[in-house]
Design a protein around this ligand. Structure first.
Ligand code: FAD
Length: 337
């Protein structure tokens, strides 16, 4: 889990270095110290943090900066991270602006430069603010976020694909959640409208209207076989394919299973299966798929998903399967499940 950020801004490089050093010394073990040398670059940094779903605990900004003052920056930043604590660093001459900002920018504190020694002039104030922030802090969801329109077939396909592959995600409806619209605005797209659905990965990477294959590659699903040859190839990952994979691999056959959507097949969409042997009180299709995949993988089965078999040919005693991307796998035995 990434640490919450403390963002500090000053246009004077020496002051910026000094405040960042003091912050790191006291808070570096629990917070990530991020620096910016202007209001504009600080806003950009905050947008990137938003897209990566990271949290900001504290903003420490110089007041007197060209183009955007500290108060102006704090007002903008508060819209993005309303929970972050706000501190202005001012020279004595700017204290009037700081006092006015207590109301307008809902400033939590203003500190006078220089802040030496920090043990007396800086840390007690910031400790207090950060304790306050931590007492109400709830870590954000860290996984994949999908932003789209709930009526769009493409959004539905992505949600279905992730759910059926047991990948946790957060759904943000562009029409209902203001956060969704804000995130779309932060995505720089060279002035063009961002295409939805937009998928934001945990590392901040963005995928616009991805195909299942593009998504699969980013989230670590295996779509390519590791070897050119297997004892057994199974096409289809429903209950029949999964069962065959478990039996084949448990008998020592090198086995690969090819599934074009998600393991579990039709059964994967069943809310409750009552007549499956060995489960007297029933189980959901998702649960059955998850158990089947775990069991097959334990025996060393490779599961390629999403991947589709589009052709088969015979050559001597071998079967050669052609996949949708044009690659081929050769095997002794082929099972169409
Ligand atoms: C909503 C629902 C509820 C159900 N509830 C029950 C129940 O309670 N009890 C019960 O006994 N049965 C139930 N069934 C029926 C049960 O799900 C099916 O009998 C069972 O899934 C059949 O398994 P299968 O492996 O033979 O085929 P499928 O489940 O159809 O699996 C075939 C798999 O092959 C894949 N595939 C097809 N072509 C290719 C290709 N060219 N390349 C790669 N992959 C390919 C498909 O994507 C699919 O995942 C239910 C079905 C549904 C839809």
């Amino acid at each position: 889990m990434s640490k919450p950020a403390i963002l500090t801004i000053d246009d004077d490089p020496e002051v910026l270095r000094a405040i960042a050093r003091d912050l790191r010394q006291q808070y570096g073990d629990r917070f990530r110290i991020v620096r910016a040398n202007s209001g504009a670059s600080a806003v950009e940094t905050l947008e990137q943090l938003k897209l990566r779903n990271e949290t900001v605990a504290l903003l420490v900004s110089d007041q007197r900066m060209p183009e955007m003052s500290g108060v102006e920056f704090i007002e903008q930043a508060s819209e993005m991270f309303p929970e972050a604590k706000r501190v202005l660093l001012t020279a004595y001459a700017d204290t009037d602006a700081a006092i006015r900002a207590i109301n307008s920018a809902r400033l939590d504190y203003y500190l006078l430069k220089p802040w030496d020694p920090p043990e007396e002039q800086l840390y007690p104030v910031l400790d207090d603010l950060l304790d306050d922030w931590l007492s109400v802090y709830r870590p954000a969801f860290e996984g994949i976020r999908v932003i789209g329109d709930r009526w769009s077939p493409c959004s539905h396909n992505i949600k279905d694909f992730l759910a059926r592959n047991q990948i946790p995600y957060q759904w943000l409806d562009i029409e209902r959640e203001t956060e969704a619209q804000k995130l779309v605005n932060y995505v720089s797209n060279n002035g063009e409208k961002t295409k939805l659905p937009l998928v934001l990965l945990g590392n901040g990477e963005q995928l616009h209207q991805p195909t299942n294959i593009q998504l699969a590659e980013k989230i670590g699903l295996q779509t390519q076989a590791e070897q050119p040859f297997y004892d057994l190839v199974i096409v289809g990952g429903g209950p029949a394919g999964l069962a065959a994979a478990v039996y084949g691999a448990s008998e020592g056959l090198s086995t690969v299973m090819i599934e074009r959507q998600a393991p579990g097949g039709q059964a994967g969409s069943s809310s409750r299966i009552e007549n499956y042997l060995g489960f007297p009180v029933g189980l959901s299709g998702g649960d059955l798929a998850r158990r089947g995949v775990t069991q097959a993988k334990r025996f060393g089965v490779e599961i390629l998903t999403p991947q589709e078999a589009v052709g088969v040919k015979l050559e001597n005693s071998y079967r050669i399967i052609t996949l949708a991307d044009g690659s081929e796998i050769t095997c002794h035995a082929l099972l169409l499940a």
